[in-house]
Design a binder for this molecule. Structure first.
Ligand SMILES: [Zn+2]
Length: 204
């Protein structure tokens, strides 16, 4: 079943508003930047647009077709195959991203750790990552987990709020969580579905 949640898209007539969360009609404005001196210069190539939500009247800012405000508009939705408890924390992190990127990051580290232990079936996070590598998770993920301080000397405990965390860290964690779900849940499931349809795979 397809998710009915529609992410904000450039010049979209309607989507789920990143402020009020309601599917609503959006009004669009292109902003022309003019010099307030007498020279009448304008900024070349700057494409600044504003959308406003018909439901809550809040606005979003877009540059060159990308939403830059509010930040939650940039966060992806959880993939459908994401296990329920992890999905819940993922969505909660999305809902608080604008108010507190640090809290969102703490929630996402918790969700990601749960996902890794759910898939890796071991106690220790490092053992789990080794296990997942053997099952096809690219070794680069380890580096990614280092950089978001899930593992290594700079690791932050899941759920712990770290003053160094920001929106960028949160956005990386959203994408990393989805990427792991895609690699280790969705793709193997799709391969199984394809193999089942092959003539040679019929039960003997
Ligand atoms: Zn709204």
């Amino acid at each position: 079943m397809k998710s009915e949640y529609v992410l904000p898209w450039f010049k979209g007539e309607g989507y789920h508003c990143p402020h009020c969360g309601v599917f609503a009609h959006q009004h669009w404005y292109d902003v022309t930047l003019e010099d307030d001196s007498e020279k009448g210069t304008s900024i070349a190539g700057a494409v600044l647009s504003v959308s406003t939500c018909e439901k809550c009247s809040n606005f979003a800012l877009w540059i060159d077709g990308n939403i830059i405000y509010p930040v939650s508009g940039k966060a992806p939705l959880p993939l459908e195959d994401m296990p329920g408890e992890i999905k819940k924390e993922f969505l909660e992190a999305r809902s608080i991203l604008d108010a507190s990127p640090r809290s969102a990051t703490a929630l996402l580290r918790s969700a990601l750790e749960k996902l890794i232990s759910h898939l890796g079936e071991k106690e220790d996070v490092i053992d789990n990552i080794e296990n997942l590598k053997n099952r096809g998770l690219d070794a680069k993920f380890q580096q990614a987990l280092h950089s978001v301080r899930m593992i290594g000397e700079e690791a932050v405990n899941p759920g712990q709020i770290d003053p160094g965390d920001d929106e960028d860290t949160a956005l990386i964690l959203f994408n990393l969580t989805n990427l792991i779900v895609d690699t280790l849940i969705t793709q193997p499931r799709m391969v199984d579905e394809i193999l089942e349809k092959l003539p040679g795979s019929k039960k003997k």
